[in-house]
Design a protein. Structure first.
Length: 200
């Protein structure tokens, strides 16, 4: 890989910001997360920490939005997202400080920021069950994509501090993805057949 191509790939990854900011609220259930690329496997410590930081900020913000616009079905999950990703971001920022790395709270690419703002605007205009479904799909795809990237980073990890951080964060990310998948399913209430059917 030439230096130019590598530079462009890294720039594209940095511009991506949040791992799931590009996902549309109406993601279909049968979509699969994008597999990790070779460039993700060769990511630098700064790139990994920046991606994790942006992902945490997105999750915290989406959790707050879900508490406002979602039903009770997703509010408990939303609170868990806020708590877990606040803790995760504290760990990410602590490691960045240790490595003398400055993290940005916004994408470097203006176009990516525009896409993120548009996605947030769409979610802000949703309420109730409609929001629940879009939110669950968004969280499922986003977490699976981040897990895929983190696993690729871990396989090629050369910084032991980063390796340990990924190991520490992975269980929560997997748990979040599993819960989102459960929330994507139909609401259980009203699905059971009547116990005492009325006969004529």
């Amino acid at each position: 890989m030439t230096a130019l191509i590598r530079s462009l790939c890294l720039a594209a990854l940095l511009a991506a910001g949040s791992a799931w900011a590009q996902q549309q609220p109406d993601d279909t259930d049968n979509q699969q997360p994008t597999p990790a690329t070779e460039d993700q496997q060769n990511a630098t410590t700064q790139l990994i920490l920046q991606k994790l930081h942006m992902a945490n900020l997105e999750e915290i913000e989406m959790g707050k939005l879900a508490e406002q616009n979602g039903t009770d079905r997703v509010k408990s999950y939303a609170k868990t997202l806020e708590t877990d990703h606040t803790d995760a971001d504290r760990q990410v920022k602590a490691l960045a400080q240790k490595k003398n790395i400055t993290l940005s709270d916004s994408p470097k690419n203006p176009e990516m920021q525009k896409k993120m703002d548009e996605a947030k605007s769409r979610f802000s205009n949703m309420k109730g069950a409609e929001f629940d479904r879009a939110f669950a799909n968004h969280m499922s795809m986003g977490h699976k994509r981040l897990i895929s990237m983190a696993q690729a980073w871990r396989q090629d990890c050369k910084d032991q501090d980063v390796c340990s951080l990924i190991d520490a964060l992975m269980p929560k990310l997997q748990q979040h993805a599993q819960t989102a998948d459960q929330l994507k399913g139909p609401v259980p209430m009203g699905r059971a057949p009547p116990e005492n059917p009325v006969s004529r």
